[in-house]
Design a protein around this ligand. Sequence first.
Ligand code: ARG
Ligand code: ZN
Length: 887
Amino acid sequence: MDIVATPNNPEGNPELADAAPTPHEPAIIYRKDYRPFAWLVPETKLDFELGLDSTKVTAILSVEPNPQAEASGRIRLNGDGQAPLSVKVDGEAVNSWSVDGEDLIIPLSAESHEIEIATQIDPSANTQLEGLYASNGMLCTQCEAEGFRRITYFPDRPDVLSIFSVSMRGPADQFPVLLCNGNEVARGTTDDGIGWADWHDPWPKPSYLFALVAGNLVANSGTFTTMNGREVTLNIWVRQEDLSRTDHALESLRKSMKWDEEVFGREYDLDLYNIVAVSDFNMGAMENKGLNVFNTKYVLADEDTATDADYDAIEGVIAHEYFHNWSGNRVTCRDWFQLSLKEGFTVLRDQLFSQDMQGEAVKRIEDVRILRAAQFPEDSGPLAHPIRPDSYREISNFYTATVYNKGAEVIRMIRTMVGEARFRQGTDLYFDRHDGEAATCEDFVKAMEDGAEVDLSQFRLWYSQAGTPKVEASLLHSGDTTLLALKQEVPDTPGQSRKQPMVVPLKVALFDRDTGKHSGEQLLILDEAQKGFNFTGFDKPPILSINRGFSAPVTIQRDVPRDDLVFLAANDDDSFARYEAMQELVVGHLVAAARDSLSDTERTAGEDAIAQAMRAILADEALDDAMRGELMMLPSQTYLLEQVARDGATADPGTIHEQREGLKALLGARLAQPLRDIYERVANVPFNGEGARGALKVKTQVLTYVAASDPETAAELAARQYDQADNMTDRQGALMVLCGLDHPERTHKLLDFYTRYRGNALVIDKWFTLQALSLHPDALEHVKALAEHPDFNLKNPNRVRSLYMAFAGNPYAFHVESGEGYRLIADLILALDPINPQTAARFVPSLGKWRKIEPNRSELMRSELERIREAAKLSRDTYEQVARSLD
Ligand code: ARG
Ligand code: ZN
C-alpha cells in the first residue's frame, strides 16, 4: 500500500492517510489536516546540465528542524517520476534513503544538515507540460501547483520558503539565453561552446514560484523607474519572428507597475523583470518571481493578427501576473486550499486595473458575463465548491472560475461595503502584516477587519458555503410608502445542505414613475433569510433598480412588469443595471418560451417589448458604441440553459437554441432599417479613429442579427467587411458570421484566412475556433474533419482548446440529439489524458452538466462519463472530475 504524502500529511503518516488509495481512487486531501512541515529549508542550490532529452539536476538543500513543528527523524521530499542518482547528507553518500510512492525519505537527526540529491529528467518526453519541458527547441518550466517535484526532490508545498541560487549550463548555440528567478550573477561561454549562467533570487520563495528558461530568444526591452527611484529592466522574450508583436505587452507591463504603485501602494522589488512567451502552455501565464512564463496568446499582438479583445486580454493577464508579485509572491499561500487568497484577490486587482484602463462600465459587464458563463454553472453543478475548498484529490482541478472569479467578487463585496479608502487601509495592513509569509484566507479577512474596521464574522460564510445565493425581491406599495421585501436562499451543493444566510450587499435605486429619476443610490445589506426595507415619498409604486454594478454575485428573482424593464433598459443611469434590465427582459421571455409556457398573447407582448427596448438602444445618441454593443448582446445559451434548468428542472438545448435564434431573426427583421443605418454609420468610422473600438463591436453585432433574418444580405455584408478589413477585429467578426451561414462565401473566406495566416499559430487557432463554435448545421462534421487536419496537434494545448473547447461550448452542435457530440468529447478526453491530464480534465465539466439536460441527452452524456470512468488507466485529474460528475 502506498502512503501518499501530501502538504497536509507531509510525513506520509499512516494514521493521517486516507483509506487505502488504489490507482483508481487517488487519496482525498483535507484542509483540516494541515500540519506545518517538520523542516525549514533556508537555502537551496540547484545545478542544471541542460539538454532537451536529458537534463541532470543536482539539488543542495540546507535544512534545519522547524521549531513550529513536531521534530521528525527523517525528511520526506516530494517527487514525481524521479529516481535519485545519488543522495548525500553533509557531504557523505548515504544508502539509508527509501522511496515511498513517489517520495524520497531520508533518515535525518533533528539538527541542521546539507542534503545533496542528483536526478536526471527528459524534458522532451514531458508532454504534461508540468515541471521542466521542451517547447519549440527551448526549455521552460511550469511549477505551480506541484510541478517542481518533477524537476527534483523537494518539500514541494507553498509554506516552505527558501532562498534559491541556480547554476546552469548547456550548448550555447541551442540555448544562447539562460534565465532564472531574481538577478543574473554571472554568465559566460566556455571554449568548447558551453554557455553557462548563475542566478540568485534574494527573496525567499516556495518551489512553485521557481522558473528556468533556456533557448534561442530575443527581447523587447525597456525600463521602468519605481516610485522610490529603482530602475527596473523589463524584457519580453520571444522567438525572433515574434519580436514585432511585443510592444503592447511591454506597454501593458509598464502601466501595471505604475497602477499598482498608485492604487495599492505596491512597488516592484528587483532590478529585473522578465517575461517569456512559450507556445506550449497549459494555462494563461505564471507569476514566477522575476521570470513570468506566458502562453504566447497573452503576449503577442499586432493589428493584423489580434482583435481588440485580444489586446485587452493581454493587458489584463500581464497585469494579473505582475500584481501577483505582491498578492501571491511576497505574501504567498500556506497550502493550496488557500489558493483564492492569491487568485481571487489578484483577479480583483486586475479587474480594477482594466476598469481604469478600458472603461469601467463595459469591463464590469464583461466580467459579470464571464462569471455567469463559467462560474454560475460550476456553482450549480456537481463540481460546486466554496472559494476555499475543504478537500481535493488533484489540486490542478481547483484552478476554477469559483476560486478565481467568485473569489474576486467576494473581495469586491468587502470593498463595496467599506469603500475604497478603508479597503486600501485593509490591504495595506494585510501586505504589511504578512510580508514574507505563507498566509491563509482567514489572515486576509482578519487584516481587512482590523485595517478597514469592519466586522466580517458572518461575511466569512462566503469562504465556506458554495452555491450561488438566490435573492427574491418584491415591492409592496401602500400610501406613499414602498416596502422592498428581500428573501435569500443558498442552494444545496455537493456535501453541503441547510446553509446559513449570507451577507449580501445590494446597491439599489428607486425610480419615480412620473419624473423618471431616482433620488440616490443606497447600499442595502441583506444579512438574514428575510429582510424588509421601507422607502417613503412615492405616490405611485416606484421602479426598482437592484444589484446595481452587480454589487453581489447572486441571482435576483423578481416579478417585474415588462414595461419597467423596458424603462430601465433605456434609462437606468447605472450601466450595469441598464444592461441587466435588457438581459432580464430577454431571459424572462426566452426561458418561458423554452419551457413552452408562453401563451400567444404573452409571446407577442414579450417580443414587442424586446423589440421596443432594442430599438431604443439602437437609437440612443447619448450612448457610446462600446456600451451599445454590450446592450445588443443576447444572453448566451449557456446562461439561458442555467435559467431554464433552475430549481431542479431540465432543459432542452435544442429548444433553447431554436428560441434564441428565432428571437434574433425576429429582431433582425423588425429592426432591419435601424440596423442597416447603424451599420453604415459604424462602417465609416476609421480604424484607430475616435470611437473605433465601439464601432467595430457594434458592426459585428449588427451582422449577427442580419444573419439570422436575412442570410443572403448578411453574407454579402460580411464578405465585404472581410475584404475591406484593415484589422483582425473586423476580419474575425466577418468570418465568424460567415462561418454560421451555408453560403459559398463561407468557404472562400475560410480558405483565404487560412492561406493568409498559415504558420501563425495563434491566428490559425482562431480559424479552428470559428468553425468549431459556428452555428452552421454541419458544424459537427466540420469539427471531425478539422481533427484530421495536418495542423491539428493533441500535444499543443492552445490548438486542442481552439478546436475542442470551442466545440464543447457550441450550443447546437455539441448537443446534437444523436449524442455524437458527447462521444467526440469523451473520445478526446480519453486520447488526451495520457498526454496531458491537466488539460484533458478541463473537458469533463461539459459532460458533467447531464443532470440539467432533458432525459434523452442526459442519459447519453452520463454514459459517456461512465465510459471514461471505466478506462484502464486514468490520471488523478480526470478521475477526480469524472467521479465527482457522476456522484
Ligand atoms: N498562478 C497562475 C495564475 O493564475 C496559474 C497557474 C496554474 N497552474 C496550474 N497548474 N493549474 O496566474
Ligand atoms: Zn493568478
